[in-house]
Design a protein around this ligand. Structure first.
Ligand SMILES: [Zn+2]
Length: 179
C-alpha cells in the first residue's frame, strides 16, 4: 500500500484492531510520516446459488439486498436495518462453508430474519419468494398475523404492562390453546 500523500511504498503499523470480520490498521508513512488507515478483509471464495431449475448462478449481494428492500418498502424500520439484515445473511451463507447453496435455503434464511424484524415485510417477501406455490402456508401465516394483532390490544406507544419474559409465556400459552 503506497502512501496516499507521497506514494512511498513502505509504512509501519502504529495501531491495529479487529472490526466487523476485518482488521483496521493505522499506518505511518516511513518517508513523510503522514498517517493513514487501511482495512483488511477476507476475500471469500465465490459462492454459487442453485436455482430451482438446477441452474447455477454466482451469489449476488446486490440482488439479495434489492429483494429485501422491496419487501421492506415504506415499513417503519430503523436506518440500516435492511443493509444489516442482508450483511448478516451474506456472512451466514459464507459461514456454511459450502461452494453451492440452494436458493431455497437463502430464501428461508431471509424469511426467518424478516419474520422477527417486520411481519408485513415478511409476508410480502414470502408471497413473492414462494411464488404462490405454497398458498396454504401463506394463508396460515396471514391468519396467524391477523389473530396475533387481535391479541395485542395495547397501543404501541404504551410500554408493555408485563416484562418481556412474562409476555412470552402468555403468548406461548395462547399458542398451546389454539392447537
Ligand atoms: Zn508518505
Amino acid at each position: 500500500m503506497n502512501c496516499p500523500y507521497c506514494s512511498y511504498p513502505d509504512s509501519k503499523v502504529i495501531d491495529s484492531r479487529d472490526v466487523n470480520e476485518g482488521v483496521r490498521r493505522r499506518r505511518q508513512c516511513l518517508s513523510c510520516s503522514s498517517r493513514f488507515t487501511t482495512y483488511e478483509r477476507l476475500q471469500p471464495a465465490s459462492l454459487f446459488v442453485i436455482k430451482k431449475d438446477e441452474r447455477r448462478e454466482e451469489f449476488n449481494q446486490t440482488k439479495l439486498l434489492t429483494g429485501i428492500r422491496k419487501a421492506c418498502e415504506k415499513r417503519p424500520l430503523p436506518a440500516g436495518a435492511v443493509d444489516k439484515l442482508a450483511d448478516d445473511i451474506e456472512s451466514g451463507l459464507y459461514q456454511l462453508g459450502k461452494a453451492e447453496i440452494p436458493s431455497v435455503i437463502i430464501g428461508d434464511m431471509v424469511m426467518e430474519r424478516l419474520k422477527s424484524l417486520d411481519y408485513i415485510a415478511y409476508i410480502r417477501f414470502a408471497s413473492v419468494y414462494r411464488e404462490f406455490t405454497d398458498i396454504t402456508v401463506l394463508k396460515q401465516e396471514i391468519d396467524s398475523l391477523v389473530g396475533g394483532e387481535a391479541e395485542v390490544s395495547q397501543p404501541t406507544s404504551q410500554l408493555p404492562l408485563l416484562p418481556d419474559e412474562k409476555l412470552e409465556t402468555v403468548a406461548r400459552r395462547h399458542q398451546r390453546n389454539r392447537r
